[in-house]
Design a protein around this ligand. Structure first.
Ligand code: FMN
Length: 306
């Protein structure tokens, strides 16, 4: 186990291991620090940040589903200025790559947020959220539109030299086409997937269980969809993929890597077991030892198809 190299590269982004914490499920990292040693994880992806603070959608914003959850938080966040003043100083206490996730309602807002944040030395990379399913402006209006995704990638690329990851929506017919555009416009990697659009009704009141009506479905229910999307991108486009969707344990991580992921993100599992990341990282080490794998990165895209 000691000899196993868990480090991976996601384009220009070097990580000590492939396990990142997904946007929106760990706040700005601070919410996790009392449960796990942040110095041991591959990286933290922040809650989506917008130029100004956002309150998000009115409650009810979360509902449990048979194998996951629906959320319509609506990108509630502190905004970039407060993030820089109040959240980054805490994160500087840790040696962990910080990936800033940005969401916006306009092209200009994506650019403005990136311009402000790129000056922060402690930010290792950007993940651009073009795929939130539960906001009126931005979100899927961009994520479903291939030319908008290309335009956002190019515009953000023009204002930062840091690694640039675009987070794709699964709510499209051909995700590879989106990954292709990201590559053409200078993106370094893609994350797949954001949540799937879902809804749920109370059979007694006949009202939607979520005030916003629609929410994003996450958790184990979406894992096969996410694995399929990662595989599709890996087969069709030469761009690193970060796999996300329904990961509950180390076996799920191995499966995502075999399907083509260079790294992964843990989302919903953090609500069930906030110590999951550490357990998963040690499980990966043991798997590599048992399978005589010196570098876990050799798993990426190692599927065998007869
Ligand atoms: C409560 C909640 C809030 C989320 N907020 C964001 C967000 O702000 N930005 C974003 O890009 N993704 C957000 N996501 C999506 C996750 O990062 C992830 O892509 C998705 O949940 C699938 O992974 P999982 O099944 O492991 O949760 C959120 C997910 C949940 C459950």
């Amino acid at each position: 186990m000691n000899n196993v190299d868990l480090s991976v590269e996601v384009g220009p982004l070097k990580l000590r291991n492939p396990v990142l914490l997904a946007s929106g499920t760990v706040g700005y990292g601070n919410e996790m620090a009392e449960f796990i040693d942040l110095n041991k994880i591959g990286g933290i992806v922040t809650k989506s940040l917008s130029l100004k603070p956002r309150k998000g959608n009115p409650p009810q914003r979360i509902v449990e589903t048979p194998a996951g959850m629906l959320n319509a938080i609506g990108l509630a966040n502190v905004g970039v200025e407060v993030f820089i003043k109040e959240k980054i100083p805490f994160l500087k206490n840790f040696d962990v790559p910080l990936i800033c996730n940005i969401a916006a309602g306009t092209f200009e807002e994506y650019v403005e947020c990136t311009k402000i944040l790129t000056a922060e030395e402690s930010i290792a990379a950007f993940e651009i959220n073009v795929s939130c399913p539960n906001v009126k402006e931005g979100g899927l209006q961009f994520g479903n539109n291939i030319s908008a995704v290309g335009k956002i990638t190019a515009a953000v690329r023009a204002v930062t030299e840091k690694p640039l990851i675009i987070k794709l929506s699964p709510n499209v017919s051909d995700i590879s086409e989106f990954a292709k555009v990201v590559k053409e416009e200078g993106g370094d990697a893609v994350s797949a997937i954001n949540t799937l659009v879902g809804a749920s009704f109370d059979i007694n009141t006949r009202k939607p269980k979520i005030k916003n009506i629609h929410g994003g479905l996450s958790g184990p229910a979406i894992k096969p969809v996410a694995v399929a999307k990662v595989f599709e991108i890996n087969r069709n486009v030469d761009i690193p993929v970060i796999g996300v969707g329904g990961i509950m344990n180390w076996k799920d991580v191995i499966e995502f890597m075999i399907a083509g992921a260079s790294a992964v993100q843990l989302g919903t599992v953090n609500f069930i077991d906030p110590t999951a990341a550490e357990k998963i990282i040690s499980g990966l080490g043991e798997y590599c030892t048992k399978n005589n794998l010196q570098n876990i990165s050799a798993l990426t895209g190692s599927y065998v198809i007869d």
